[in-house]
Design a protein around this ligand. Structure first.
Ligand code: ADP
Ligand code: MG
Length: 245
């Protein structure tokens, strides 16, 4: 077995005439945190959405869990999709379902797992994110930060091998950001493969085993996390870090 959970080679993608991913080559290491950085519009979301089949691509190779993905075969992802969890900027909870119902929909209705076991695991996860008292609340009774924590638990309950986080704190009020980042930090310390798109540079610095820096659809640096922040190799990365500090 390789230590890489994803391998991308010469991947290209356009939206219409616009090139959004250009000759992307990268690997995502297993059980590590890879942080994807780059200016707005640089292709970060599009890139990580190709990892779980939410975006197709035009050419190149994508291999996930050692399995080659044909971008035009919608079924290709069906097999691995439940092993990949994703949390977005907007949490998309069902408004008419409780916290518990939102979280258990996947494991009970889709995965058909044992209910007692699932409820136990949900309660444990809710406690870990500080929401043990909220299982019967509805989304509108929760703050943005609490909703985002529910969305994280909803993804984790599926026991994914890979978790994708796309700017999960971007729409939160500043006072809510820290709590959600704390949870991501706790997850980062576990043996879970994570790909994290974020603009929170202090957080990125703390958790990144690896950094992928994108600009205008191209990978400008693919680098060890520490090294990227201490001595970025390109002017574009230095300028980006300066602009963020
Ligand atoms: P980032 O996440 O780094 O801000 P995105 O991946 O969202 O960047 O977008 C990369 C580029 O692709 C941007 O120019 C954006 O406008 C464009 N884009 C993203 N999604 C679509 C889409 N569905 N249709 C057309 N263009 C898109
Ligand atoms: Mg984005």
């Amino acid at each position: 077995m390789t230590d890489e959970i994803i391998q991308v080679r010469h991947l290209n993608k356009k939206f219409g005439d616009k090139v959004v991913l250009k000759d992307i080559n990268l690997t995502i290491p297993k059980n590590k945190v890879t942080v994807v950085l780059g200016p707005s519009g640089s292709g970060k979301s599009t890139l990580i959405r190709t990892f779980n089949g939410l975006e197709s691509f035009d050419s190149g190779d994508l291999e996930i869990f050692g399995q080659k993905i044909d971008p035009h075969d919608k079924k290709a992802f069906a097999v691995i999709k439940h092993e990949i969890g994703m949390v977005f900027q907007s949490y998309d909870l069902f408004p008419n379902r409780t916290v518990m119902q939102n979280i258990t929909l996947g494991p009970l209705k889709v995965q058909k797992r044992d209910e007692t076991e699932v409820l136990d695991q949900v309660r444990q996860l809710l406690a870990e994110v500080g929401l043990q008292k909220f299982e019967n609340y509805y989304p509108q009774q929760l703050s943005g930060g609490q909703k985002q924590r529910v969305a994280i638990v909803r993804a984790l309950i599926l026991n994914p091998k890979l978790m994708l986080f796309d700017e999960v704190t971007a729409s939160l009020d500043p006072e809510m950001v820290r709590g959600v980042l704390e949870i991501l930090k706790q997850l980062a310390e576990q043996d879970l493969t994570m790909v994290v798109v974020t603009h929170e540079m202090n957080f990125a610095k703390q958790v990144a085993d690896k950094v992928i820096f994108l600009d205008s659809g191209e990978i400008v640096e693919e680098q060890n996390g520490k090294k990227f922040f201490q001595e970025p190799q390109t002017k574009r990365a230095r300028d980006f870090l300066d602009s963020m500090s």
